[in-house]
Design a protein around this ligand. Structure first.
Ligand SMILES: [Ca+2]
Length: 513
């Protein structure tokens, strides 16, 4: 009965919460927050999963909501806001984490690929929050290679980490093996730190789960859950990639075909045709993926319960998101990397009762490069001039600025690495998406040194939200295509992604634009 329990808990916050709400509306929240011992500015609890698609959060609806609801994550949507168009600027783990921490695009952070570290000397949002008087900590998946900087305390997984009995590396203490399931452990460490923190200072806590990253290993208590359920399939699970780029057809992130025994935890039958194999593997893949998420959801509930019990729910900005989106069988894919919708979209739910209306939804274009400046806005701290995003605190309060962006810039650099997705950049507006696959590895770490023929894709997102038909060559879209190209060039220049270091690419661009 999660709904009823949640309702009672909310009501149970009682008069104190109501008082804070009403005083906030009168415009004098800070004295009350100080009285709570939380300091002048709100705490920030940032919970981020790894590869958690919005399609697998029931607050977003969709075909999985009934079979695999996420009642605790949904509490944030019910008590706060759901962002429907929150996008990453480079859909791959390490680079997205670099963007989130620095408020800068990958070509500025230097974290282009899975193999490039974040320089600890660079500015980052945790350092800025320390200067603003916050106590800062990060637990769980880091994946930026060098030790974290800007955090008073940290305890992180080495690289990807493992699901069961993981080793973590603790600041000043080094590697220690923990017994149990990684999602529970990361939450335990977060809760321990919260309980021991200095209550006179605001906190910034990043709780970074490993789950539900491949190879999708659930905790024992959920191993049998969904066994007797048939997971609904997306309508384009059996996609044949007609009317699209060679990039879409040739990518090796196909459910079944491009999975292995570790992914599916069983031998892969050899007698199934393409479609039968995809349908068979989809069931196994989704069940383990959703089991991993069930443990994440439970642990989000533990953190929210603690905030309630400690009287911190009112003065804490709580965020749940993922480092990027993920394909759950759409186009027959798993994994990410593409600028396509399921991979581009980050789930983003946020609760902060004094400013964010319960049950609200925002469909503005909000990016991972905006997170750092938004945190600093809540902390009352100006953002460093070299951050490239924009605070969306007003958007969350229901007042989207009139000049908010209407288009976003995206770039994936790891040409043909791991899953055969060619390097590309592109633009997404509310109505369209234009993609340029430029076909060059550009000496990126991990990229395959094999050029591919450049190609374009253009999608009409209003008529074709599933991106099944490339209309780039359709004369009816000639004008739109031209306008999008101009805007793409403008955005690329505006963020300083010049390609000056890549003469081959400049030649390709001259020829293909
Ligand atoms: Ca990831």
């Amino acid at each position: 009965m999660p709904l009823r329990r949640d309702f009672l808990r909310t009501v149970g916050l009682g008069a104190a919460a109501a008082l804070v709400m009403s005083k906030t509306r009168l415009g004098e929240p800070h004295r009350l927050f100080a009285a709570q011992g939380a300091g002048r500015h709100p705490n920030i609890l940032y919970i981020m999963a790894d590869d958690h698609a919005a399609q697998a959060i029931s607050a977003y609806g969709g075909i999985l909501a009934r079979v695999a609801p996420t009642p605790n994550i949904d509490r944030l949507a019910r008590q706060g806001m759901r962002l429907d168009n929150c996008f990453c600027t480079n859909s791959i783990c390490t680079p997205s984490r670099g963007v989130i921490l620095t408020g800068q695009y990958s070509h500025i952070t230097g974290v282009y690929t899975l193999a490039t570290p974040l320089d600890p000397e660079r500015q980052n949002v945790a350092k800025c929050l320390q200067q603003a008087g916050y106590q800062t900590a990060i637990f769980g998946k880091w994946h930026l290679y060098k030790d974290p900087s800007g955090f008073d305390h940290w305890n992180i997984l080495p690289g990807q980490g493992v699901y069961h009995d993981p080793v973590l590396i603790e600041k000043d203490k080094g590697r220690q093996k923990h017994t149990g399931y990684v999602t529970d452990i990361i939450t335990d460490l977060s809760l321990e730190w919260l309980k021991k923190r200095d209550p006179r200072k605001p906190f910034f806590l990043m709780c970074h789960h490993k789950a539900p990253h491949r190879p999708w290993e659930p905790v024992a208590r959920h191993a049998k859950w969904l066994d007797d359920v048939t997971i609904p399939e997306p309508p384009n699970l059996l996609d044949h990639y007609e009317n699209r780029s060679r990039a879409a057809a040739n990518a090796t992130l196909k459910v079944g075909e491009n999975m292995n025994k570790t992914d599916l935890k069983t031998e892969i039958p050899k007698d199934l045709d393409r479609d039968a194999l995809r349908k068979w593997a989809y069931q196994l893949y989704l069940k383990d993926y959703l089991r991993c998420i069930r443990a994440v959801d439970e642990n989000v509930g533990r953190l929210l319960d603690y905030l309630d019990q400690a009287g911190l729910a009112q003065n804490t900005v709580v965020i749940y998101t993922s480092d990027q989106g993920f394909f759950l069988g759409e186009h027959g894919y798993f994994d990410k990397r593409f600028i396509y919708e399921e991979s581009l979209r980050m789930p983003f739910l946020v609760r902060y009762p004094p400013e964010i209306a319960a049950g609200s939804v925002n469909s503005g274009l909000i990016l991972n490069v905006d997170f750092a400046e938004t945190f600093l806005d809540y902390a009352g701290r100006p953002a460093p001039a070299d951050m490239q995003g924009r605070s969306f605190r007003s958007n969350l309060a229901g007042k989207t600025p009139a000049d908010w962006r209407t288009a976003m810039y995206y770039r994936y650099w790891m040409h043909l690495a791991d899953h055969g997705v060619p390097a590309h950049y592109g633009i997404r507006t509310h109505k369209h998406k234009l993609i340029f696959y430029y076909g060059l590895p550009l000496d990126m770490a991990g990229a395959v040194k094999k050029p591919t023929e450049p190609e374009w894709e253009l999608f009409d997102l209003e008529k074709d939200p599933q991106e099944m038909k490339n209309v780039y060559a359709d004369p009816a879209y000639a004008t739109v295509g031209k306008e999008l190209k101009a805007e793409l060039r403008r955005l690329k220049d505006a963020v300083g992604d010049s390609d000056a270091a890549y003469p081959d690419l400049i030649e390709v661009t001259k020829k293909w634009w």
